[in-house]
Design a protein around this ligand. Structure first.
Ligand code: ADP
Ligand code: MG
Length: 353
């Protein structure tokens, strides 16, 4: 039992908090024999392969309480995990939440965090079955563990891309980084920045940063229909995440800058800030879109899939031989090495991408 320092502000009582969380957010269905409240959760084993993923968010590294509220933090934490399951082609099922809570956080702050978490999870029928709660001497830590299922042998990995495959991405990219920069400028009190975007564009970009959409339906169909050869979600920046596919598949890649899908709001942001749109698209992280490769014969299947889930799927390049490296082809036909500037922890030059 850790000792309490009497000079510190009072902390939340652990057990009443857990009871409260269980009552508000811990309702579960038939797949859960025993949820929150015992030494471990008891789940009925589902058929298929089991997926399990975990993600740790640390205050000051992954989020900043000046640009994100508790609901936003919870929502983003859930999406980071849901998106990992999407990138494997799976269906998410059960969630565990470990928290280290600093002094000064109230019970209603933690409720708001769980409301955000469950807002992201509920549409996918993910059930909260347990967690762990500790005090923290410095900052808030949120660690989620999410399970999921996928048909046996169908999980999408990073290692299946082959020379000649087409590279696709879901949705639009770069919005999240633009939204984060707008929020950061606002937090610093620079309401009137050189960026003159209308309220609708700002709302769109900030919304995409705070409320990204995990691409679960796309991932699941890519796996079920055996369309994708490899997949990853864009969490650290498209070019950085693409490196993982290239390294693990032992291939190179060629990207067409003009094919990168940017939203109209992001294009206007790029224009206002004199940033090349391709650079926002390649380096911006936390879009939680899926980046995946398909055999060239599957173009028509991709178009059908795109229509059936109502999600834009853009072909942005081609997998090439490893010796050709990773290249970016600009609209004027000039070829450049693909810049890699995603977020890197433990690096001297680390900084949000
Ligand atoms: P133990 O001492 O065995 O780890 P705890 O007192 O930490 O047990 O947890 C009691 C129950 O509450 C367990 O079912 C655990 O999974 C759940 N739990 C603890 N903290 C959280 C949390 N932050 N969110 C959800 N469930 C939690
Ligand atoms: Mg515990």
């Amino acid at each position: 039992m850790p000792r309490r320092d009497p000079r510190r502000p009072p902390r939340l009582a652990e057990f009443p908090l857990i009871r409260d969380l269980a009552r508000r957010f811990g309702k579960t269905g038939a797949s859960v024999r025993c949820g929150i409240g015992d030494d471990a959760a008891v789940l009925r084993a589902a058929p298929g392969d089991l997926l399990i993923t975990t993600d740790l968010l640390a205050e000051g590294i992954h989020f900043d309480r000046t640009t994100a509220g508790f609901e936003d933090i919870g929502y983003k934490a859930a999406v980071a995990n849901l998106s990992d399951i999407a990138a494997m082609g799976g269906t998410p099922s059960h969630l565990l939440v470990a928290l280290a809570i600093p002094a000064g956080c109230s019970r209603s702050d933690i409720h708001r965090l769980y409301r955000g978490l469950m807002q992201a999870c509920r549409p996918h029928r993910v059930e909260l079955v347990g967690g762990d709660t500790s005090a923290s001497k410095q900052g808030l830590f949120v660690s989620l563990t999410l399970t999921g299922t996928v048909k046996p042998g169908r999980a999408l990995t990073r290692s299946g891309a082959r020379v000649g495959d087409l590279l696709y991405v879901t949705g639009t990219i770069g919005d999240s980084l633009a939204g984060l920069r707008l929020l950061a400028a606002r937090a610093k009190g620079r309401r009137r920045t050189s960026v003159s975007l209308d309220a609708k564009d700002r709302r769109h970009l900030i919304g995409r940063h705070l409320r990204p959409t995990p691409r679960l339906a796309v991932g699941r169909l890519l796996a079920e229909r055996r369309i994708a050869t490899a997949a990853i979600d864009v969490s650290d920046g498209l070019s950085g995440d693409l490196v993982h596919i290239c390294d693990q598949s032992d291939v190179g890649v060629e990207i067409q800058a003009s094919a990168l899908p940017l939203s109209p709001a992001c294009l206007r942001y790029a224009g206002q800030t004199r940033t090349p749109p391709w650079s926002l698209a390649l380096t911006g992280g936390e879009d939680y879109e899926l980046l995946f490769t398909v055999r060239p014969g599957h173009r028509a299947a991709i178009e059908r899939l795109s229509r059936s889930v109502g999600c834009r799927l853009s072909c942005i390049g081609t997998i090439r031989a490893k010796r050709l490296g990773r290249r970016l082809i600009q609209a004027d036909g000039t070829t450049h090495p693909l810049p890699v500037t995603g977020y890197r922890h433990f690096s001297a030059t680390a900084g949000p991408g």
